[in-house]
Design a protein around this ligand. Structure first.
Ligand SMILES: NC(=O)c1ccc[n+]([C@@H]2O[C@H](COP(=O)([O-])OP(=O)(O)OC[C@H]3O[C@@H](n4cnc5c(N)ncnc54)[C@H](OP(=O)(O)O)[C@@H]3O)[C@@H](O)[C@H]2O)c1
Length: 300
């Protein structure tokens, strides 16, 4: 079991290596998934305001009986709330039924027009951005969030270009603890990982199985290593992410998968290297909303 594995953030706190992802985990299925996960030994749960499931995630955490201080809970500031980070954090804490989160992330480096809709649009159907705002202003507000409510703050979906803009901005007084990004063998993020390492920013890998239906489990190199070791492809993909020093967030609402994804597999350096070469033949980003240039061309 992966219970013991963790990484240390630049705040000094530990982030458990394998966390349960909850995007697209519907409110009627996420409760059970989180409960099974915590019973299995997961101590890291990832959610977001926009997933619409914070309340059920929080209920499962409460019902698990595991002391709050043993858990690492992440949630995220949605794009319509960039100019009211403190209020948005309070809403998420209320939804979760928690006094604090271990990590609060700026979900995307884009600001939408505030209002009722989480995905506001202009009359022509395109996204209504808040052009008076930018992610440096968001970070300025996030830096002021009370530590008792957000133990660490971080970013998500930041490319090397946007990360450098943030770090070079005069408002940047707190180095993000984490950059949570899509990361798997089709998108190994070599450059971004190196930059984050240099700056002391921990990277968390999302969509480690290739997202919906776990397409990467059928990748021949991964399958061959799984067969050789008598393990499953998802276990190999999750272990590959941990071997590279990233925490990783496999999502499942299927109890057997939640359990098996948590098994600790140690990969040889040859197997890690073989998986790290897959991007040379196949490159793919799965989560790519049409919100202008977010991912610059240096991501692979
Ligand atoms: N910051 C961001 O913008 C962002 C974006 C995307 C994701 N994330 C986070 O990262 C988490 C993971 O990413 P993801 O949800 O995109 O995808 P993922 O974890 O790569 O894949 C999830 C898919 O794989 C299936 N699966 C899981 N374990 C399996 C196994 N052992 N065997 C076969 N299939 C398996 C799941 O099915 P079942 O559930 O039906 O079992 C689901 O269809 C998210 O849930 C979220 O917490 C963050």
């Amino acid at each position: 079991m992966a219970t013991g594995r963790s990484f240390t953030l630049n705040t000094g706190a530990k982030i458990p290596a394998v966390g349960l992802g909850t995007w697209q985990s519907a409110p009627n299925e996420v409760y059970e998934a989180v409960l099974v996960a915590i019973k299995t030994g997961y101590r890291h749960i990832d959610t977001a305001f926009v997933y619409g499931n914070e309340a059920e995630v929080g209920k499962a955490i409460a019902d698990s009986g595991v002391p709050r201080e043993e858990l690492f809970v992440t949630t995220k500031l949605w794009c319509t709330d960039h100019s009211k980070a403190a209020e948005a954090l309070d809403v998420s804490l209320k939804n979760l039924g928690l006094d604090y989160v271990d990590l609060y992330l700026m979900h995307w480096p884009v600001s939408f027009a505030p209002g009722e809709s989480l995905f506001p649009t202009l009359p022509d159907g395109s996204t209504a951005f808040d052009k008076s705002w930018d992610f440096c202003k968001t970070w300025e507000l996030m830096q002021k969030l009370p530590k008792e409510k957000a133990r660490a703050i971080g970013i998500s979906n930041f490319s090397t270009v946007n990360l450098n803009i943030l770090l070079e901005s005069s408002i940047c007084k707190v180095i993000p603890a984490v950059n949570q990004v899509e990361l798997h063998p089709y998108l190994p993020q070599h450059k971004l990982l190196a930059l984050c390492k240099e700056k002391g920013i921990h990277v968390t890998a999302y969509s480690p199985l290739g997202s919906t239906s776990a397409p990467l489990q059928n990748e021949p190199v991964v399958k061959a290593i799984a067969e050789k070791l008598g393990k499953t492809s998802p276990q190999i993909l999750i272990s590959w992410a941990v071997s590279r020093g990233t925490s990783v967030l496999p999502k499942s609402v299927t109890p057997d998968r939640v359990r098996s994804n948590f098994e600790d597999i140690v990969l040889s350096s040859e197997d890690v290297d073989a998986i790290s070469q897959i991007y040379k033949t196949t490159q793919k980003r799965v989560v790519k909303p049409n919100w202008g240039i977010i991912f610059h061309d240096d991501d692979f």
